[in-house]
Design a binder for this molecule. Sequence first.
Ligand code: NAD
Length: 488
Amino acid sequence: MAFNFSKSNLPKQLFINNEYIASKNSKKLELFNPKDGSLVANDVDLAGAEDVDAAVDAAEKAFPAWRKLPGQARREIMLKFADLIQKHSVALAELSRITLGAPIATIGTREPAFAAEAFRYFAGWIDKFAGESFPQDDGFLKIVRNEPLGVVAGVIPWNGPMATACSKMAPALATGNCFILKPSEKTPFAALALGPLIIEAGFPPGVVQVLSGDGSTGALLSAHMRIRKISFTGSIPTGKRIQEAAAKSNLKRVTLELGGKSPAVVFDDANLENAITWTARALTMNTGQICFAATRVYVQEGIYDKFVEGYKKALLEAAKTIGDPDTQSTMMGPLVDKAQFERVSGFIERGKDGQGTLLTGGSRVGSEGYFIQPTVFTNVSDTAEILRQEIFGPVSVLNSFKTEEEVIAKCNDTNFGLMAGVFTQDVNRALRVASEFDSGMVGVNCVSLSFRHTPFGGTKESGLGRENGSAALRAYTDQKTVMINLTY
Ligand code: NAD
C-alpha cells in the first residue's frame, strides 16, 4: 500500500489490523478549514462500539507475538517508521494543518520531525530498559521484570496531532504493547494517514490501530474491559471522565496530561529582553493553543513599566504576522475552529467587562476564519475568570508584584500545576523559587518548553503520571517480581 494521501486525497477510513476498513457506524465526522470556515470533509469515519471491538480483537491477537519479538527487531521496525514519518513529513504536516490552521512556517514539517524523534528516542530504549535484580543473600534471588500491559489506547487532543500521538505510541510499542490511537475529531487526518507507513515499517497486523472518532469513541475505549491502559491528553473535565470510566470498568491504568494556567515570574534583576522573548513566544506559539503556555505573567514592580512596554511591543509585532497559514510569512494562524473561537472570544469579551485593563489586542482579525489578536489584560484581580481559567488561546494576564513570598503564593493559588517559569539572574533565588512552584515543570530564564528525554506532566489537576523519558516506559509496563529459591 503506497502512501499517497494529500489535501486532495484525504484518509477517511479506520485503520485496523493493517487494513483500511469502513466503520460499521453510520455517523460521520465533519471537518472545516479554520482559515475560512470552508468544509474540508463530512464523511470521515467515526468509530462505534463494533469498530472498537474489532480494533481490540486485532490488537489482542497481535500482542503475544509482538511482546516476544526480539528487541532488536522491534527497534528496527520503529526506526524505519521514524524514517518514513520523516520522509513524508511535508504531506503529514499538510494533513494536520488543513484543519488545525497552524502556519507552515511555524509547524511546517517540524511537528512530524518531532514525532519521528519520539520513535527514535524510544527505539533506543528497547535494550536498555532493563529490570532489576536483588542478591540471594537470604537464599532467594529476586528478579524484577518490566512487563507490557497488553492492549493500550491513546486519546489525544487537536493542538499537536502528530507529536502527541507519537509521544504515546512510541513508548507503548517499544515496551511490547499493542496500540489503539484515537485522534481528535478536529484533526484526524495525519493519524489516519499513518496506515501505509505502519505497514511499510513492518509492524505486524494488529500492533497499531487508528480509530477516528469523537468523545463517544473515546468513552468506548475508556470503558472497554479488554483495554489495559488509556493515555489521555486533553481537558480536565474529559480526563476526569476517563479516570471514572477506567475505574468503573477494569481498573485500567490511566495517564492524564491535562490543562494548565502556567505562571511566569519576572524579577527586577531579570534580563528583560530574554523574559519578553520567552513570555511573548509562549502566547503566540500555536496561537496560544498550548497546554503549558505561560498565560499568567507576574512582573516585579521595579521593571513592571518597562516590561509592559516591551511585552506589548512584541505582541503587536506578532499580530502583524497573523494571516493565511499557508503563506510563509505567517507566524500566527487562526484558532482551530468556530467553537474554540467563540470560547476564546467569550473570555475576552467578559474580560473587557471589568475583569482588568485591556493592554493590547482584544479583537477578531478579518471577517472570515477564526483569527484573534494576541490579547493581554493588566491589573486583573485574583478572582477574575480570565486569571483563574484555562482559555487555550492567545490571551494572558499581566500583573505586578512586590515580594517573592507574595508571588509564589499567587502562582500556587490554582488547581493547575503544569509549568512555571522564573526569570532572574540570581541563581539562589532561581533555585528557591523553582522548588517552591507547585508544578510538574519549571523553566529558569525560559518557559513553555519541553524535552523528549525529561519527564513531562503536571501536578494537581494538570495531570497524573508523566510522559517522555524513562517515565513513559514505566507508564506502559507493570513490574513483575520473580523469586528464585536457591536454598534446596
Ligand atoms: P478534550 O478533552 O475536549 O478532547 C480530547 C480528546 O478526548 C479528544 O480526542 C476527544 O474526542 C476525546 N474525548 C472527549 N470526550 C471524551 C470522553 N467522555 N471519553 C473519552 N474521550 C473523550 O480536549 P481538546 O479540546 O481536544 O484539547 C484541549 C485541552 O487539552 C486543553 O485543556 C489543553 O490544556 C489540553 N492539553 C494538554 C496537554 C498536556 O500534555 N498536558 C497537551 C495538549 C493539550
